[in-house]
Ligand binder design. Sequence first.
Ligand code: SF4
Length: 322
Amino acid sequence: MVTPLSWLERVPTYKEAFENVKDKDLHTYGFLGYPCLQTADIVIYSEQAVPLFVPVGEDQVSHVELSREIVRSFNGHFCLVVSEALWDGAAADDYRALQEIFGTAPGLRDESFATNVQRFFKLRAREMGIENFLEKTGKYSKHFSRPSALSEPGVMLTKTPRIPGLDGRKMSKSYGNAITLSESDDDIRKKTKVMVTDPARKRRSDPGNPDVCPVYDWHKLFSTPDTLQWAAEGCRTAGIGCIECKAKMADHLITWIAPVRERRLQYEKHPARVLEVIDDGSQRARRVAQQTIGRVREAVFGWEKKRTEIRNSTTEIHDTHD
Ligand code: SF4
């Protein structure tokens, strides 16, 4: 209801997989609907009125954007309450003013005026996002409320949003082009020694371009500002060779990885502690998720309103019997 099929079909990784994966049948809901599942995974751990950011690499940005659109659509559809005064004539002037702002609600056949008015404003809120919609209503915002809503996720990119693998392709364990935390210093040196570099720099005397070199991307992650400057200048002026550039980067990577590897070893020695950390995180995550599910149920089914109605009607019955 809130996710048109076309949104899922245009996800770049979906189209890419169809072009590249020939040995599997990808015509399944699981594959197509994966972004909806991912959206639920993201949003279920959001807290009301707290900005929600997802730390991702550059290649995942479009997925988070789709999640934002799905959430926006959900909020517009389920989390906007339009005041009755806008269709029962009590605030006819305000309704006309809102039409000036948002355009005219198209009349749908077989639908009541009340339904048309609500659909129209919800549609506008879905298109522009509930926050933007409410802001645009200005002094007429009193006619709209949003009892509960999901947070729209945003991306959190680091200054190195795309880390290439040793071979320059996207880093992936399945491509065998990554360095893991458990690798020895010797292995790190061996692997980084054969990393691809700026392909246009054929000879030691050729100036290179660090901006297209995976080794320089790794320098940005692990090296000090001085080394970073040394690599950029040395590369552009052919003052340094790729072998020494890689060796220096490996030095910094090894220094960076040492304490992380040590922590990993400690956890490996104490698996019970790992379980404690996982259980503690799960419990905290579950508390947040339960609250989110509560808000979603309220938005979709209006349980609290129903409960109040039932409570009130029960009280009335008791009062009559008394
Ligand atoms: S000198 Fe360094 S940054 Fe330049 S191409 Fe060689 S490895 Fe890459």
